[in-house]
Design a binder for this molecule. Structure first.
Ligand code: ADE
Length: 238
């Protein structure tokens, strides 16, 4: 079973999302074990302090090395970890391919930074992978960590019914999704496209593919370019 350890100074922020929906189902079914660790439990300070002022000034608070080193070293004493992940805005972009790679690992630690950042020695000595979830700044690493956990867990083979198809569809990661509908077929005069009601599986798949291409071309020309490139590469290889 895959194991994900989340380390945070505000562990309560992490609880609700991992106790609901697909992540809960995957945990209940034994596909993933997610453990939350309160950084304050590892502080040797009598007030359970985990942060301090930055050298050289600049305002804000920086996560101190002591509780983070003690926490991660304690976990590493009990399990072998493939990666120690640190979400941070000053890092390469986190992408679907990273989620795919993580979903095939055994044990990972995700360290949530808070306040202004973490002491650089933590990043130099303990962290093995750093990612930004986008070009905006959040107040802590908890939401990015949850984004990563969600994106990883839904890919664990068997964790959700159609995880296999999510991985095997070659364009899934390149194109945006086609529009989806549920009942009723006529809602206030707005109708579900005829083709989706036709029952012709082949035609439906073709329609979805075309819709996905159109949508991607319109809203994400950068992804559309990648798709065209990828198609040309595949034709070249044939
Ligand atoms: N921590 C704060 N902002 C972040 C971001 N955009 N990505 C990852 N971690 C972060």
């Amino acid at each position: 079973m895959m194991r994900i350890d989340l380390i945070s100074a505000v562990p309560d922020v992490l609880r609700s999302p991992i106790e609901h929906s697909i992540i809960k189902r995957a945990r209940d079914a034994g596909f993933v074990d997610i453990q939350i660790h309160d950084l304050r439990d590892y502080s040797t300070d009598k007030h359970r302090k985990v942060d301090d002022y930055p050298y050289g000034g600049g305002g804000g608070m920086v996560l101190s090395p002591q509780p983070v080193f003690d926490c991660i070293e304690s976990l590493q004493g009990e399990h072998n970890y493939d990666e120690v992940v640190f979400p941070t805005p000053d890092a390469p972009a986190y992408e679907q391919q990273d989620a795919v790679n993580f979903s095939m690992k055994k044990n990972i630690i995700i360290l949530c930074g808070h306040y202004k950042g973490v002491d650089q020695r933590i990043r130099d000595s303990l962290v093995t992978k750093e990612y930004s979830i986008g070009d905006y700044v959040l107040s802590g690493g908890e939401l990015p960590a949850l984004v990563m956990v969600d994106s990883i867990v839904r890919l664990i083979p068997g964790a959700i019914g159609d995880a296999q198809s999510a991985l095997s569809d070659s364009f899934q990661e390149i194109l945006l999704g086609a529009p989806v509908y549920t009942r009723p077929a006529d809602f206030r005069g707005m109708n579900v496209p005829e083709i989706l009601q036709s029952g012709d599986h082949k035609k439906v798949e073709q329609w979805k593919h075309e819709q996905a291409i159109e949508k991607t071309k319109k809203v994400r020309p950068d992804l559309y370019e990648n798709f065209i490139q990828e198609q040309q590469n595949q034709e070249w290889q044939q």
